[in-house]
Design a binder for this molecule. Structure first.
Ligand code: SAT
Ligand code: MN
Length: 590
């Protein structure tokens, strides 16, 4: 990697749009040097070496965690910042009450001030990347300019970054422009701005995850959801999992849950011993781009190429695949350390922390040893159950869509929507307790329709209309479900074991999809009876099952009324069809 040579764009056919934009950013930021990322393994190793030298990365115990490194972020910069994240459309109502809005001119001026001269004495890295298989018509490209080498190596793991992406960009001459600087990490000078009408993102003052790896939430969800609406597809906060039954048929399921609610665990599920013969493979763990296919079914690609997963709680029992996956070639951010320099986190059943996530001697009085939103970054190829179809340019056909949240009450273990249009209400009704994935109080119940509250790049009212319109385009739409793995009893104990045992619910879902399972028709949708679920080998009480698989009409009447009130926030943009679905639900509830 010769930095001097890298000031020259590497392709003779390089799009002028890219070179002119890079030149203008260089002028604005006053960067000393420009480096174009090629995407090679040698280059990755070089960046790792550079970050070790600067002290930004620390090598972990090579015998136990080969090629693994630890990064510590600033203690005030450990999660997404929803209150500092803006969608800057020309008209405020296009961003909707679900987004913070700023007028584009005002936002651009503010960001110009912040970016002005901010890379003096530093290198500007140009990261061309492709979201999705490089040869897929569904994939979309972007270029992230950043002054953080940590961001570069994360983008190299999380996306298809480098020369191949730049070649595609030069061919298509259309890409998302993402500009990022870590700035001074001052929370008062931190903004994540989106300009969907210009396919542009500007992010300043954070080096963390969804704030800084612009291919992820900023591009693949906020900008892409806006593009998807115009172009007739969906960009969703969904994992994609492949399930092969003991009989040998394979189905793909997409599932939306809010951040830190177990998407990675479901995407990498290990079947319980009492369900032999099942094979579970991962297509994606966080984001799905869904397109109507030529056969009238819905096809999904995972735009990402790696996982940025929550570390705490990961162990051999909760997620053996993820646990094994992060034993090598992994970047850890904000975990604790043992005396022999191994990473440590809450929920790991071995070892003792001696250094906490902030680099201080561990003292239990100071809170958890690992930051609750500490993360691993690892290439998807390291997943022992990486689906071979994950790189397919046409995507995988989706049999069922599952929505879910973290709710101690009200929502049963699982229920099935009556049809696609009712499913739009089921998705729109997701409510979930907040988690450590965003700055703010955790454990507060909030509405999070389709698990997209922080990520829908336009007005939710228009977004629901788009969901209804998508149903019209599908001759064979997936069935839609809602699950809740987090239901608790009156003592606060979880009623359902979760993790691998969630396959029992997926088994019922797939049987329903092929007309091989019964259900109990209720006002909210179809629920399995205990006898409809495979419960072999599961130690669960009858009363727990009863609570998990029943609904209380008064709770649901209150829920429906609350939903109706929530929809009022979106005024005339709320589709009449969605109001009609709520009214029909209320009528069924009596
Ligand atoms: O920080 S990220 O947005 O990348 C992770 C998450 O919150 O889902
Ligand atoms: Mn996510």
């Amino acid at each position: 990697m010769a930095t001097a040579a890298a000031t020259m764009p590497p392709l003779p056919t390089l799009s002028k749009q890219v070179t002119e934009w890079v030149a203008s950013v260089r002028e604005l930021t006053q960067a000393d040097e420009v480096y174009w990322v090629e995407g090679s393994d040698d280059e990755y190793r070089h960046f790792i070496g550079q970050l070790q030298q600067s002290g930004e990365l620390q090598k972990l115990n090579e015998a136990h965690y080969p090629n693994c490194f630890l990064a510590r972020s600033h203690p005030s910069d450990v999660a997404r910042v929803e209150h500092l994240t803006f969608v800057c459309t020309s008209k405020q109502e296009d961003a909707g009450p679900n987004n913070h809005w700023m007028a584009p001119a005002e936002a651009r001026a503010k960001m110009r001030g912040l970016f002005s001269g901010c890379m003096k004495g530093r290198t500007l890295y140009v990261v061309p990347y492709c979201m999705g298989p490089i040869d897929s018509p569904y994939a979309r490209c972007g270029v992230e300019i950043t002054d953080s080498a940590y961001v570069v190596i994360n983008m190299m793991l999380m996306t298809r970054a480098g020369r191949a992406a730049l070649e595609r960009i030069s061919r298509e001459d259309s890409f998302v422009k993402g500009l990022h600087s870590t700035g001074e990490l001052d929370p008062n000078r931190r903004f994540i701005m989106h300009f969907p009408e210009d396919l542009a993102i500007e992010s300043f003052g954070s080096g963390y995850g969804g704030n800084a790896l612009l291919g992820k939430k900023c591009h693949a969800l906020r900008i892409a959801s806006y593009q998807a609406r115009n172009e007739g597809w969906l960009a969703e906060h969904m994992l994609i999992v492949g399930l092969t039954s003991p009989q040998g048929d394979t189905h793909y399921v997409a599932a939306a849950f809010p951040s830190a609610c177990g998407k990675t665990n479901l995407a990498m599920l290990i079947p319980p011993d009492s369900m032999p013969g099942w094979t579970v493979t991962t297509v994606g763990d966080d984001i799905a781009w869904l397109h109507p296919g030529p056969d009238g079914r819905l096809y999904a690609i995972n735009p990402e190429a790696g996982y940025f997963g929550v570390v705490p709680g990961t162990n051999r029992k909760t997620n053996r695949n993820a646990f094994e996956m992060i034993q090598r070639d992994t970047l850890f951010t904000n975990v604790a350390l043992t005396a022999d320099n191994q990473p440590w986190w809450e929920g790991l059943d071995t070892g003792t922390p001696v250094i906490d996530w902030q680099g201080q001697p561990y003292a239990p009085g100071n809170g958890p040893a690992a930051q609750p939103n500490s993360r691993f970054t690892v290439s998807a190829k390291r997943n022992p159950r990486y689906a071979p179809e994950a790189d397919s340019p046409r995507g995988v056909p989706i049999s069922a869509i599952i929505f879910g949240g973290r709710r101690r009450g009200v929502a049963p273990l699982v229920y099935e929507a009556r049809d696609w249009n009712h499913g739009v209400l089921v998705g729109a009704s997701v409510a979930s307790e907040t988690t450590a994935a965003a700055i703010g109080q955790a454990g507060v119940l909030r509405r999070d329709p389709m698990a997209m509250k922080p990520f829908a790049g336009y007005n939710y009212g228009d977004y629901w209309s788009h969901w209804f319109a998508m149903g019209q385009k599908l001759k064979h739409p997936p069935k839609i479900y809602h699950v809740n793995w987090f239901r608790r009893d009156s003592d606060g104990k979880f009623l359902w074991p979760g993790f691998g045992d969630n396959l029992r619910v997926l088994d019922w879902v797939l049987k329903r999809c092929s007309g091989r399972a019964e259900a109990n028709e209720t006002a909210i949708g179809n629920l399995p009876r205990p006898s409809d679920l495979n419960l072999a080998g599961l130690d669960i009480s009858e009363s727990a099952l009863d609570e998990l698989l029943s609904i209380k009409a008064d709770e649901w009447r209150a829920e429906a009324a609350d939903m109706a009130k929530y929809l009022d926030e979106f005024g005339a943009r709320t589709p009449a069809q969605l109001r009609a679905q709520v009214a029909a639900l209320q009528q069924r509830l009596g």
